[in-house]
Design a protein around this ligand. Structure first.
Ligand code: SF4
Length: 721
């Protein structure tokens, strides 16, 4: 028996799950034959997001990364839909994809192709995909699952403050005296930030927490005040709170006068939102609404943390605006411990926006509809004038509808599983069945989307690739490779870059400068940072060498800066044309699908503590099922008794769009008339798809984000046979 020499390596990187963006140190073991595996992980004590802490998901990352089982190891393709895919080498796969896409563009025009990518891609991956779609093919049809996550926060920031991105930083968690959680179960969704908040409250007994959530989540359970509002009534609540602040003289008139505009119009609207009227609409006690307003308005530092409960709504932009209004009216912004702070769901939803990797934006927070912005990007990419499309691309729901209707012929899906995560997944399945050509770029072989792939491209995963991500506080961190990817899997940027080179050879005019001569992620990051110079997110002074020597940094970080900027708008000058923040008129509008006699229950969706999205990774770790072993529908015991339903029995949940069967769980966490199901389980685990069989595709007109959080449903005993 020969002794195999094994060596250990320790690689600094970033957790691949939520937007907290925790720094990690990956321990890997390497043998003399070049084989390597990840064997351990620790929180990076020097990373300013987590200072060494990790949550259950992060701690278990090595177990998800250890085995090639379940991974896509080689490119696969099929020539006909009814055929099984067969393995091919990279050259064949790349040539085939490039040829098919180029043919479709030549026959049907650039908008016949669409890309649907992911907030889990790294900034460099995003950059290449975005340049391929917009710069080379000439279509803005590139959207991402971040559309389902943070789009309403983006429109809220842009409309109110003039630019995307939170004005706050994680240090504010420890400096806030009043913390308002709105539609955020941070205890589960952002556990390490939640731990920082808990520690701050343990140190300072005067800190108060208000939680706005229709459910009694684990975050709500430990709040000083829980406002269990009726689903979708957030705008009425915020308007009612602001009414109280205005009429009790608790607004900061000097701040409003000096730094904002539009308050008079909003004030006119607020007349109708008396605390009594608003509380009635929200289904809460007037005294509780007033208490929340008082704690917010009289606080030396009020911080709002908000997430999917506000964003995943057909009125998500209004919800964001109405919350930001509370901060602007009281001057609770641009100073330590105060401000509106959207908590990013995915690890790199922010980085994707920075490179403009969505259907509604251009690089570095530029606008598609702005001719000057298009000209700037054309110049920076050395494209001919007027070559960028001025037509906004198709956002997530619209994109799959266009595939379904045949308007879009080819769709390339990377690092995401829309047959699980999109609303009304029956229509997404139909779309992919009807598509002429489906490319799926994936690390995991068993997602619900993989069976639809005409070409399956093996992608490297966490621990196997290089790049950067930006977390919720605008901090850019390095992601590093600790081990080689299994089989022939390649980094996402490389795959997009190789296809782009081949398409370029076919489509680009002779003599045109090559757009895709990247030799690695550092070169991509360098090009990205050049596009940001002079913009609100200027990172002209930041490159891989600075990230190496100074560690993770927040943007903006312009050339010559010594460090990133923790807070924005400290001088009261906002990113709008005239420097003033803007109030908007935000009347309350009900949910897109009200309950009815046929569908009398309100379905809420959300996360579990130890699972992530469709469980491609977390589903591989038995220990992560200890907290919630199986899927279920949670219902209030009174509602169950009235229906003759018992805990554990199987119930059918039906909406206008579809149905699924789940075991019933009884819980006081949800009020009467409301039920809850977790988003994680999918067609991989259930006889039907997951909860998105019944969710609905209505979306916010400005952010284009769908109302994944709420649908009207019927629940009845499941009958079999
Ligand atoms: Fe990873 Fe988020 Fe947990 Fe940090 S809090 S370890 S980023 S999942």
């Amino acid at each position: 028996v020969s002794m195999v020499q094994r060596e250990r390596s320790f690689t600094r990187s970033t957790c691949c799950y939520c937007g907290v963006g925790c720094g990690v140190v990956i321990e890997a073991e390497h043998d003399a034959d070049g084989n390597a595996r990840i064997i351990g992980i620790e929180g990076d004590k020097e990373h300013p997001a987590n200072f060494g802490r990790l949550c259950s998901k992060g701690r278990n990352l090595p177990q998800t990364a250890r085995s090639p089982h379940g991974r896509v190891l080689m490119p696969e393709l099929r020539h006909q839909r009814h055929e099984a895919r067969h393995r091919v080498d990279w050259a064949v796969a790349l040539d085939t994809v490039a040829d098919r896409l180029a043919d479709i563009v030549q026959q049907h025009g650039p908008d016949a192709v669409a890309f649907y990518i992911s907030g889990q891609l790294l900034t460099e991956d995003y950059y290449v995909f975005n340049k391929l779609a917009k710069g080379l093919l000439g279509t803005n049809n590139i959207d991402t699952n971040s559309r389902l996550c943070m789009s309403s926060a983006v429109t809220g920031y842009k409309l109110a403050l003039g630019a995307d991105g939170p004005p706050t930083c994680y240090e504010d968690l420890e400096l806030a005296k009043t913390v308002l959680f709105a539609g955020s179960n941070a205890a589960y969704a952002h556990p390490v930030l939640f731990r920082r908040l808990e520690e701050a409250r343990e140190r300072d007994p005067d800190v108060r927490w208000i939680v706005i959530d229709p459910r009694r989540t684990d975050t709500a359970a430990v709040a000083d005040l829980h406002l269990a509002i009726q689903p979708g009534t957030d705008v009425a609540l915020f308007n009612g709170m602001l009414h109280h602040l205005v009429w009790e003289g608790l607004v900061d008139s000097e701040y409003i006068k000096a730094h904002t505009e539009g308050f008079a119009g909003l004030k006119q609207l607020l007349r109708d939102y008396t605390p009594r009227m608003a509380a009635e609409l929200c289904g809460i006690a007037v005294a509780d609404l007033v208490q929340a307003a008082e704690w917010f308005g009289r606080s030396p530092a009020a911080l709002s943390l908000y997430c999917m409960g506000l964003n995943q709504s057909a009125h998500g932009t209004d919800k964001n605006l109405a919350l930001i209004h509370l901060h602007l009216a009281t001057g609770q912004i641009g100073r330590p411990g105060a401000g509106p702070f959207s908590l990013t769901g995915q690890p790199n939803a922010m980085g994707g926006r920075e490179v403009g990797g969505m259907a509604t934006m251009l690089a570095a927070h530029r606008e598609i509809g702005d001719a000057q912005h298009r000209a700037e990007v054309e110049a920076l990419w050395s494209l001919p004038a007027h070559s960028l499309s001025a037509k906004p691309g198709l956002a997530a729901v619209e994109l799959f509808e266009a595939v379904r209707s045949g308007k879009v012929k080819a769709v390339w899906i990377a690092c995401t599983n829309p047959v699980h995560s999109m609303p009304d997944i029956g229509r997404v399945r139909e779309a992919l069945q009807r598509a002429q050509y489906v490319v799926v770029q994936e690390a995991f072989a068993d997602t619900d989307t993989v069976p639809y792939a005409d070409v399956l491209l093996p992608a490297a995963s966490w621990g196997e690739k290089e790049g950067t991500v930006t977390n919720s506080e605008r901090r850019i961190s390095r992601v590093r490779r600790a081990v080689p990817a299994p089989g022939q899997a390649q980094p996402d940027w490389w795959i997009a870059n190789e296809v782009a080179r081949r398409i370029e050879a076919r489509l680009a005019s002779p003599g045109a400068a090559p757009l895709f001569d990247f030799d690695g992620t550092a070169a991509i990051f360098d090009e990205h940072r050049r596009l940001t110079v002079g913009r609100d997110l200027d990172i002209g002074g930041l490159d891989y060498a600075v990230l190496e020597s100074q560690g993770p940094q927040q943007w903006p970080f312009p050339a010559g800066a010594q460090g990133g900027q923790p807070r924005r708008y400290e001088d009261g000058v906002f990113a709008t044309a005239n420097g003033r923040a803007r109030f908007h008129v935000t009347p309350y509008k009900p949910v897109a699908e009200p309950v009815s006699a046929r569908y009398p229950l309100r379905l809420l969706t959300g996360r579990l503590r130890d699972q992530w999205h469709g469980m491609s990774r977390t589903g591989r770790v038995p220990g992560l099922f200890a907290h919630s072993p199986e899927p279920g529908l949670r219902m209030n015991p009174g509602d169950a008794a009235r229906r003759g339903l018992r805990a554990g029995e199987l119930v059918r949940i039906a909406s206008k769009r579809g149905e699924l069967v789940l075991p019933l769980e009884l819980s006081d966490e949800v009020g009467s008339g409301t039920v809850f199901a977790a988003m994680h389980w999918s067609g991989q685990h259930l006889s039907s798809g997951g909860i998105n069989e019944v969710s609905q595709p209505a979306f916010d007109a400005r952010s284009l984000q769908p109302e994944l959080k709420h649908a009207a449903v019927r629940v009845e005993k499941a009958a079999f046979g």
